[in-house]
Design a protein. Structure first.
Lengths: 211, 91
């Protein structure tokens, strides 16, 4: 779902760049001096894992592929604001070094694939896991939030395309949501599987303070 | 050297980016598919040339190119993240 340069007009990408920069600046301010030593290797490995998993496109319906985005997965471990910084780092490296996503559209991509998953997704996960409770709550919350985050990202992407006059909403929205409702299932399965594996092998890694 | 959890994690990441990535589906992703089906794919522009376009090393073809680009990417994002995480650490 990485928007390339050219898909969004300046009236759309400039304010989204500003919005993404503002949220990231707030994240830096809140996370600064609160990260513990044991957060550091976890952040590094999570970033490397999500970068790697994003390379692994799997075929979904109708000649289309999709890959895990990972925003909810990261936030479940380190919290929404540290999570948004990791996602922004990944998306910036992809755009600058791998031509995956544009430069003008980086703000929009950070919003769609980073902030929606890491922040909105995290709070949905938090809410569901509290309501359901226990280890099951964590799994149900992670899975539902992962799916919702992907679908919401595709809604945001459609709105941005429509606002730029690239594709009318009546065309972009059903098509984008249709494919990403399926890709979201892959996101949910992988998120739950990774959280499940870590909670059995190293439950302490899931108990770090959430920033 | 004691086996640490992050060493296992890092090996998994390198295997995914360096080996599993060779089996990734080359099909267009959701957005690319919608752009092709509804005629706006050609609006994509390249404003600059990045060093490893589409996860490949220029001048090197095939599997090795993707593999090395994946490994480089993992090391790059790992270093970048460790760098800012250390800067933002409690002192």
């Amino acid at each position: 779902m990485h928007l390339p340069d050219g898909f969004l007009t300046p009236e759309v990408w400039v304010p989204l760049w500003a919005l993404a920069a503002a949220v990231l600046a707030f994240s830096v301010w809140r996370v600064n001096r609160r990260l513990e030593d044991r957060h550091v290797p976890l952040l590094g490995v999570l970033a490397a894992f999500v970068f790697a998993v994003q390379m692994l496109n799997v075929p979904v319906a109708g000649g289309t592929s999709g890959h895990v985005v990972g925003g909810v997965l990261i936030a479940v471990f380190v919290g929404p604001l540290a999570g948004s910084l990791v996602m922004a780092s990944i998306l910036a490296v992809q755009a600058l070094f791998f031509q995956d996503g544009g430069i003008t559209t980086l703000g929009a991509n950070i919003l769609n694939m980073g902030l929606i998953g890491a922040i909105l997704g995290y709070w949905l996960y938090f809410l569901i896991s509290r309501v359901v409770g226990g280890k099951r709550g964590r799994m149900v919350g992670a899975g539902v939030a992962a799916w919702v985050a992907i679908v919401l990202a595709s809604v945001a992407c459609s709105l941005e395309l429509a606002a730029s006059g690239t594709s009318p909403l009546s065309v972009a929205l059903p098509a984008m949501v249709g494919y990403h409702a399926v890709i979201g299932v892959v996101e949910a399965v992988v998120t739950v599987a990774v959280v499940g594996m870590v909670s059995r092998a190293r439950p302490d890694l899931l108990e770090l303070p959430k920033l | 050297m004691r086996l640490r959890w992050w060493m296992v994690g890092l090996v998994v990441c390198l295997l995914m980016a360096g080996l599993l990535s060779l089996f990734a589906s080359p099909l267009p992703d959701g957005l690319e598919r919608v752009a092709e089906d509804h005629g706006f794919a050609e609006k994509a522009e390249e404003l600059f040339s990045s060093p490893f376009p589409d996860y490949s090393l220029p001048g090197l073809g095939g599997a090795l190119s993707t593999s090395l680009a994946g490994v480089l990417g993992v090391l790059l994002i790992l270093l970048l993240t460790l760098l800012w995480a250390r800067v933002l650490r409690k002192r």
